[in-house]
Design a protein around this ligand. Structure first.
Ligand code: SAM
Length: 260
């Protein structure tokens, strides 16, 4: 098995196990998806747009956006079969009765012909990709001229409190290496107009146990490959630093690209 498939297997397993709890517990993801939906609703899309959603999870983005895109035909996809099942049958359901299909798909390997979609969207998914520049180029190819790729993803500035606490103990936090906004901008194919903005979203937990339990509950705890686990002693010291509470900050990039 390759390292790529190990990561994808771990992600599908972690998000699959979280599929039931995710919809009520993933508050940051819900908030970010609803802000992305408002940005997409302000775009001028083709009439009856063909929409591909990547990494749909339990359906936050679809639920927030479908009422604004009543004539769209949707294809919702996710790496995790359990997430796809939850999106299809859960509260996201089909809020407008529009044409929606659901399928399991690795967003880095979309099997479609060029020009197949008018909108491709993904909220808080790209941070898990192995080859983001290559995938952005593939996804742009799938857009019809004038089509939009709209996404949110985490940036390198995310979780400074957690990283710093590890650093002070001579350890490395088990979070992936995210790109800076500037690096993201450089990854987007030259054939597209780009709009990129970032915002900070902070959440507080009563201690580090509660923070880690939250990440596990929603499936986002898959560690960066190659990072050695903390020793029990370092883990104890790390947890003790946050006995009286922890605030973690997500830095979220909102990107829209329009294909020329
Ligand atoms: C943090 S959740 C976000 C879910 C949803 N977009 C939302 O806003 O709630 C990340 C989702 O991306 C999916 N995912 C991770 N890697 C993926 C990949 N390579 N292709 C498709 N989906 C992927 C996970 O299974 C999970 O459902």
């Amino acid at each position: 098995m390759t390292r790529v498939s190990n990561l994808k297997g771990a992600l599908a397993g972690a998000f699959g196990a979280a599929a039931e709890a995710y919809h009520s517990a993933a508050d940051v993801q819900r908030e970010v998806a609803s802000r992305l939906a408002r940005r997409i609703a302000a775009l001028t899309l083709a009439p009856r747009p063909r929409v591909l959603e990547i990494g749909c999870g339990t359906g936050f983005l679809y639920q927030a956006l479908a009422p604004d895109l009543k004539d769209a035909s949707w294809l919702l996809t996710d790496l995790s079969e359990a997430m796809v099942r939850r999106a299809r049958s859960g509260p996201a359901g089909n809020p407008t009765g529009n044409k929606a299909r659901f399928t399991v798909m690795d967003g880095e390997r979309p099997p479609f012909a060029p020009g197949s979609f008018d909108l491709i969207c993904a909220s808080l998914v790209f941070q898990w990709f192995e080859d983001l520049p290559g995938t952005l180029s593939k996804l742009t190819d799938l857009l019809a001229p004038g089509g939009a790729l709209a996404f949110t993803t985490l940036t390198a500035e995310s979780f400074p409190e957690w990283r710093e606490a590890h650093h002070e103990l001579g350890a490395r936090a088990a979070v992936r290496g995210y790109p800076t906004v500037r690096e993201l901008a450089r990854m987007i194919p030259k054939s597209a107009y780009v709009d990129l903005e970032a915002e900070a979203v902070a959440r507080s937990y009563r201690n580090a146990h509660a923070f880690l339990a939250h990440w596990k509950e929603i499936g986002t705890h898959v560690p960066d490959a190659g990072r050695a686990p903390l020793t029990p002693g370092t883990m104890r010291k790390l947890l003790r630093k946050f006995d009286h509470g922890i605030t973690v900050t997500y830095h979220v990039a909102y990107g829209t690209t329009i294909k020329a």
